[in-house]
Design a protein around this ligand. Sequence first.
Ligand SMILES: [Zn+2]
Length: 548
Amino acid sequence: MKKILLISSLWFFCNTAYCADSAKTNFSNKPKLVVGIVVDQMRADFIYKYRAKYGNGGFKRLMNEGFFFKNSHYNYVPTYTGPGHASIYSGATPALHGIIANNWFDKARNKKMYCSEDATVHALGGSEKAGQMSPKNMLTTTIGDQLKLSNNNQSKVIGIALKDRGAILPAGHLANAAYWFDSATGNWMSSSYYMAQLPAWVNDFNNKGLAKNYLNQEWQTLLPLADYSESLPDDNLFEGAFKGEAKPIFPHDLPKLAAHNDNFGLLRTTPFGNTLTREFAIQTIQAENLGKHAVTDMLAISFSATDYVGHQFAPQSIEVEDTYLRLDQDLAQLLKFLDSWLGKEQVLVFLTADHGAVESPSYLESVRIPAGNIKVSEMAGTIEKFLQEKYGENLLLDYSNQQVFLDHKKIANLKISVAEVTNTLTEFLLTINGVAQTVTKTALGNSSFNTGINHYIQLGYNAQRSGDVVVTYAPGWIDADKATGTTHGSSYSYDTHVPLLWYGWKIAQGQSFQTVEITDIATTLALLLDIQAPNGNYGHFLQPLISK
Ligand SMILES: [Zn+2]
């Protein structure tokens, strides 16, 4: 009754040209705060697999009150963390944003490099090595950059993650700050790229010693062990144990294990790393007054612990399930905080992942599904030996991220072409167990692939930075030196299919089965915010998203 009265009185007072204009302006108001949430290594089916055990305030709240794209995919390889975060926020793929992996072989300097390394900047609040980081190796803008360009730098844009790359790449080149976790000190840190010194509130947060508190407790399961019926038994052959631990089973004695497992770094491989991230994110919103300015602010949060736990224990483990049940609680707390800070109608939230993961190949083999591990060093040795025997010289500079980097100078001295060597090599590579397909730099340069694996490769291939031959492993096969745990990086759906949920400001309630791509996120954000899309962006608007 009250609502009807309010609407009719509004109609009465607004029935003038002036009021119609202001009502229109109110309707087109932008969200006060955009919160991007990336869950590191979250496969789409984790939404359903653990659904019965999630509470109502986290993943389920996003699904029940927001919009769920059930068929959201990465559209390139390799599906790694650095490229994933860069692509979500730039709407570009590695072909343009240049983040072709987490680490890659730098042809110009003839050495390995890291995606967010920057020797010209210095650490703030943590160890120097962990702090020489910036977004300078990313070649395109992000949505946060465009937001700041749109209003002469008035918006505040901040990135947060345990991993530096999970904070730095999303926040972009113009960010006010990116903060990440230093395993040497247990502190949140940054670099001189962003500021001259850490804000006092960051030091105050660090001085609370929360990281140490979390490491002073055991990691027990949230529910009784018997309730984790979706996962394999706690003691199984496919999980990696922590160093200093006889078996990979609960409870994990964190106070005892820290000294053997990178001290504070151990926190990253527990669900408490995500909880610490949530606590720091809320502190950031409060301390920086995000969402309480005249223009839209943006916070990019990445929950990295899911990835560390996933790599070590693999998706079929109780450790992974427990980490997701606890992340669900952290999400609920974050959403509850946003309710009280700004209200749902003022905040635009999206949640996705930077890649999925395959079940541990050893586990797949144990249940008679074809799969396997390829040792990178052995693969490099095999290629090296073949080239040596064929051409009388070692022509291999590097094998990494399933790419072959050849020594072009040596090839020129032999008076043969790179294309000749790559064509010969691809024939040989196809004789190796676990290799499904190969494609050469020449083929990628001469053709435009619109479908299939080569399409994914082309979008992930940066002509300046990528290698001479790209190798594709068969489904279920990964680069791995050990039989436990798992990884990601392929163009198969277990790595490309990730959740995509939108919630809050103007977002309709619903779901869609249409295939959408990770590059659509930044395009959609740009259109919702009435700003230019990032400069390498080629996504599409996620049409069903908005209520009429
Ligand atoms: Zn990742």
